[in-house]
Design a protein around this ligand. Structure first.
Ligand code: SF4
Ligand code: SF4
Length: 174
């Protein structure tokens, strides 16, 4: 049962409601100007939100000590991807100790749901999800990440860990 209240005399007039709303907005504005640290918003892009270190952002294909990519083109990430946005083309490696490697590895990032299944499925720690979350672009083609972007983009030289050494993994018991 719903109870419908009879509107009071004051609610028949728009002006008191408008003035109350404007008063509230003015009060909030003064509060924000005098105590900016309490503001709920950021001045993006000058200020950026700091996510937790566990944040799963843009993908990174990790590399070995010599700079070659670790991926062995086993297809486990592509098979486990629920969005089916990973496309890999495998080839035989010249080095007989390396079974396969990807001549092409692409992620259609507009289809990706950032679930992290690819990272979880990889048996050799060849794909990780890093801290980057911004990826502006003007054309759809810019959202197809290839090996060059995934493993060698400029940001990876500036602090995002992308080099994984087997000996270090072994020492850490991974
Ligand atoms: S994060 Fe999820 S959806 Fe995105 S590429 Fe990896 S498995 Fe696919
Ligand atoms: S990134 Fe990992 S799971 Fe995906 S194909 Fe390469 S080795 Fe396999």
């Amino acid at each position: 049962m719903s109870i419908v209240k009879k509107p009071g005399e004051a609610s028949k007039w728009y002006l008191p409601g408008i003035l109350t709303g404007m008063g509230l907005t003015f009060k909030k504005m003064m509060g924000n100007l005098t105590k900016p640290t309490r503001m709920q918003t950021l001045n993006y892009p000058e200020e950026k939100f700091q996510y937790s270190p566990r944040f799963k952002g843009n993908h990174v294909l990790t590399v070995k000590k010599d700079g070659s990519i670790r991926c062995t083109a086993c297809m486990l990430c592509a098979t486990n991807c629920p969005a089916q946005c990973i496309t890999i083309t495998a080839a035989e490696h010249e080095d007989p100790t390396v079974e396969k490697y990807p001549i092409s590895y692409e992620i259609d990032i507009l289809r990706c749901v950032f679930c992290g299944f690819c990272e979880e499925a990889c048996p050799v720690d060849a794909i990780r999800m890093g801290p980057e979350w911004q990826r502006p672009g003007l054309a759809r083609s810019g959202f197809n990440y290839d090996i060059q972007y995934l493993a060698y983009r400029a940001n990876l030289k500036g602090g995002i860990p992308s080099r994984v050494d087997d000996q270090e993994r072994h020492d850490a018991g991974i």
